[in-house]
Ligand binder design. Structure first.
Ligand code: ACO
Length: 374
């Protein structure tokens, strides 16, 4: 049977089953592998969450240790990947373009093995991002430290300084909170690519491309830009109104699947409060902007529930932790690569090529005209 109805943007279309994450958009709830996101973010380390997604259960202490060791063993970039990332930075490529080039070459000299490739990519995206950033900033890349955890090592490779416990905790919460989120555009892209029986690395490279857009993962640096602009104005509401009058969207608000506040916004707001021990001018200003923007959007667009999405407090938290805003979206990918990989492995468990249809709206019966007669 063929369904000829066009579902613009595939909204409300279900194309697969998954055990990885579940969203209740009306209630504003998210479960990752069955755990409420707030519980996971409060308790799990990022590698623990990765293990949970890839193997569908929590590891015991010995399993976690050997899993972390395995991830550590993959941190250093193979030469072709290192060279590609350095060349991208030297030629001034953007951060997501460099990440895409690095990811595409990250497993080039190793035999194709979806599970091992998943771990290699999870381990190497932080090294790719940090290598790119150091070279772009005119500094020497820093080798990964194998005695540091996943989040701590990423921060260390960016600056060469050992991060504080508060920085590591803030980043770890972020990485855990955004690790998976249903069949969003980049995850769908990854599943579609791997459904052709292409390699996992191709799926992850494609997913990075999908994540980069402003309507998906490309917004947190724009949130920070908006907050920094608003910090300089006396009348926040008037400035927000001007933006809406110009037809602009307020970054960090609205979501395709949530009618309520994105639960990750709450997790990240709490993590930001913990990071700043509750007090910080920028955080207080962001909370004020959030309240005013939500009121304004409710007045201007009463037919839509435009609530705070994950990107809003991502910007505030990552800024506090010390991640440069140019690296906000790559840092999103550094987390989400585990969700993409788990979805690819799940797709391969019982694969069927993903191949939807389109409704043809052109004209049939065209008559061929030779080029010299056109
Ligand atoms: N500010 C102002 N108006 C908005 C916003 C916003 N942030 N978001 C949606 N709207 C309005 C639209 O203009 C539209 O109104 P109209 O029908 O009167 O023209 C209506 O709400 C519906 O918008 P759509 O684009 O159809 O909603 P969709 O579900 O496709 O988009 C999206 C969701 C892309 C996130 C959108 O809300 C948006 O652009 N937000 C700002 C960018 C952003 O924060 N991106 C990060 C998303 S989170 C993530 O993916 C990780």
């Amino acid at each position: 049977m063929t369904d000829d109805e066009v579902h613009e943007g595939l909204a409300d279309v279900t194309v697969t089953e998954t055990r990885l994450s579940d969203i209740d958009g009306e209630a504003g709830q998210l479960w990752i592998a069955g755990y409420p996101v707030a519980e996971l973010a409060a308790n799990a380390t990022y590698p623990e969450t990765v293990f949970l997604l890839l193997y569908d259960r929590l590891p015991d202490a010995a399993e976690l240790e050997s899993f972390e060791d395995r991830l550590c063993s993959y941190r250093t970039l193979p030469e072709p990947c290192h060279d590609a990332v350095v060349a991208a930075a030297q030629r001034g490529a953007g951060p997501m373009a460099a990440l895409r080039m690095g990811a595409a070459t990250a497993t080039a000299v190793e035999p194709n093995d979806p599970e091992a490739d998943a771990l290699r990519l999870i381990a190497r995206l932080p090294t790719i991002t940090a290598t790119y950033w150091r070279v772009l900033s005119g500094e020497e890349p820093i080798e990964p430290r194998l005695d540091l955890g996943h989040a701590a090592n990423y921060l260390y490779m960016l600056t060469g300084e050992e991060p504080t416990d508060a920085q590591v905790a803030g980043l770890e919460t972020y990485l855990t909170a955004v690790v998976d989120h249903g069949l969003n555009a980049s995850t769908f892209t990854a599943r579609t690519i791997v459904s052709t029986e292409s390699e996992l690395v191709s799926a992850i490279t494609g997913a990075i491309g999908a994540l980069r857009g402003d309507l998906h993962g490309g917004a947190p640096d724009l949130v920070l830009q908006m907050l920094e602009d608003l910090e300089a104005t006396d009348d926040v509401r008037a400035e927000l109104e001007t933006r809406l009058d110009r037809g602009e969207r307020l970054m960090g608000f609205g979501h395709r699947v949530y009618d309520a506040r994105d639960p990750r916004a709450t997790v990240l707001e709490d993590a930001t409060a913990t990071f700043y021990e509750g007090e910080n001018d920028f955080f207080a200003m962001a909370k004020d902007v959030e309240a005013q923007a939500r009121d304004l959007l409710a007045e201007r667009k009463p037919e839509w529930d435009l609530e705070t999405n994950v990107e809003f407090y991502t910007a505030v938290l990552l800024h506090g932790v010390g991640i440069p805003s140019e690296l906000f979206t790559p840092t999103f990918a550094i987390s989400r690569v585990a969700g993409w990989s788990a979805h690819c492995l799940e797709q391969l468990e019982d694969n069927r090529l993903i191949r939807p249809r389109s409704t043809f709206v052109g004209e049939h019966g065209q008559e061929w005209v030779p080029v010299e007669e056109r």
